[in-house]
Design a protein around this ligand. Structure first.
Ligand code: NAD
Ligand code: ZN
Length: 247
C-alpha cells in the first residue's frame, strides 16, 4: 500500500511492478496532485542521475483510495501545485469542471471525481500512450522545459499552469483558439492563485525542448493544442515553428 504523494506511489508502484515479476498494490494518495494525476493510470517509475523516470513500468494499482481529509495538512503551495494539473483537466474537458475552476472550487470531492474519471477513461482506451493519452500532456512541452531551466526549483504543477498559458498563446496566434477562451484559461489559472507568466523566453525554452527525448532528431514535437475550453488536439509541429509564432 502506497500512502503518500506522487513520489511514494511512483516508487511503490515500481517496486510492485518488478518484485517477483509483479505483485498487486493499492494507492492512498495524500496530495492533491497525486489524487488527480499520479495515482491513476499505472505509470510507475524512479529517476536516475541521467534523467527523470528512466526506470519505470506500466503497472496499474488494484485500488486507488482517496480521502480528502488527508489534504488538510497540505501547504498552500502544494494545493496550488495540484491545481496546475486540475486546470489542465478543465481545459481538456470544459463543461462542469471548467465552470468549477473558473469560480473557485467549493466541492473538492466532485472536482477530484471529475478529474479522475476523465483520466481513467483515457487510460482505459490507451494504456501505453500511443494515441489519446498524449492529450494529458497538454501544457507539458513548455512545462518540462521551464522546470529544467529552473533546475527543478519550479514545481511541476505550477510549470504546467504556465505551460498552459504558453500553449494557449500559441493556439491564439495560429488562429485556433479565440481571445475569449484564452482569457478564460488565464482566469482559471489566476482563480487558483497561480502566477500565469512564463519566466523564460521562447528561445531559452526551445533550446531545452530540442534536447527532450520526445523531440525527433529534426525538431518535430507532438504538441497538444487547445482549440477551445473543452476541445484539444494533438498536432505534429516543429520547435522552429513554435519559436517563430511566440517570439
Ligand atoms: N505516475 C504518474 O502518472 C505521475 C503523474 C504526475 C506526477 N508524478 C510524479 O509525482 C511526483 C509529484 O507528486 P506530489 O506532488 O504528490 O509530490 P510528493 O510526493 O513529493 O509530495 C509533495 C510534498 O508533500 C508532502 N506530503 C504528502 N502528503 C502530505 C499531506 N497529506 N500533508 C502534508 N504534507 C504532505 C510530501 O512529504 C512532500 O514533501 C513527481 O515525482 C512526479 O514525477 C507521477
Ligand atoms: Zn504533469
Amino acid at each position: 500500500m502506497a500512502l503518500g504523494g506522487g513520489v511514494v506511489s511512483d516508487i511503490a508502484g515500481f517496486a510492485a511492478a518488478t518484485y517477483m515479476r509483479g505483485i498487486d498494490f493499492i494507492v492512498c494518495p495524500t496530495t492533491l496532485l497525486s489524487a488527480i494525476d499520479a495515482s491513476v493510470g499505472g505509470k510507475t517509475g524512479v529517476d536516475l542521475k541521467q534523467g527523470k523516470n528512466l526506470l519505470g513500468a506500466f503497472h496499474a494499482p488494484r485500488l486507488v483510495l482517496i480521502d480528502i481529509n488527508s489534504f488538510k495538512t497540505l501547504s498552500e503551495s502544494e494545493i496550488k501545485n495540484g491545481m496546475g494539473e486540475g486546470i489542465k483537466y478543465a481545459v481538456l474537458t470544459g463543461g462542469e469542471l471548467s465552470k468549477m475552476v473558473e469560480v473557485g472550487i467549493k466541492d473538492l470531492e466532485r472536482f477530484i471525481e471529475l478529474c479522475v474519471s476523465y483520466k481513467k477513461d483515457i487510460v482505459e482506451r490507451d494504456f501505453k500512450e500511443s494515441g489519446d493519452r498524449k492529450l494529458l500532456n497538454l501544457g507539458h512541452t513548455f512545462a518540462h522545459a521551464a522546470e529544467k531551466l529552473s533546475n527543478y526549483t519550479l514545481p511541476h504543477g505550477i510549470a504546467v499552469a504556465k505551460g498552459l498559458m504558453s500553449v494557449s498563446e500559441y493556439a491564439y496566434r495560429t488562429n485556433k483558439l479565440s481571445f475569449k477562451d484564452k482569457e478564460k484559461i488565464k482566469n482559471m489559472i489566476k482563480a487558483a492563485g497561480i502566477d500565469e507568466t512564463m519566466p523564460y523566453k521562447i528561445n531559452e525554452l526551445a533550446f531545452v525542448m530540442r534536447m527532450d527525448k520526445k523531440a525527433d532528431s529534426d525538431g518535430e514535437v507532438s504538441l497538444v493544442v487547445p482549440y477551445s475550453v473543452g476541445e484539444c488536439k494533438i498536432e505534429k509541429t516543429s520547435i522552429d515553428k513554435i519559436v517563430e509564432v511566440l517570439k
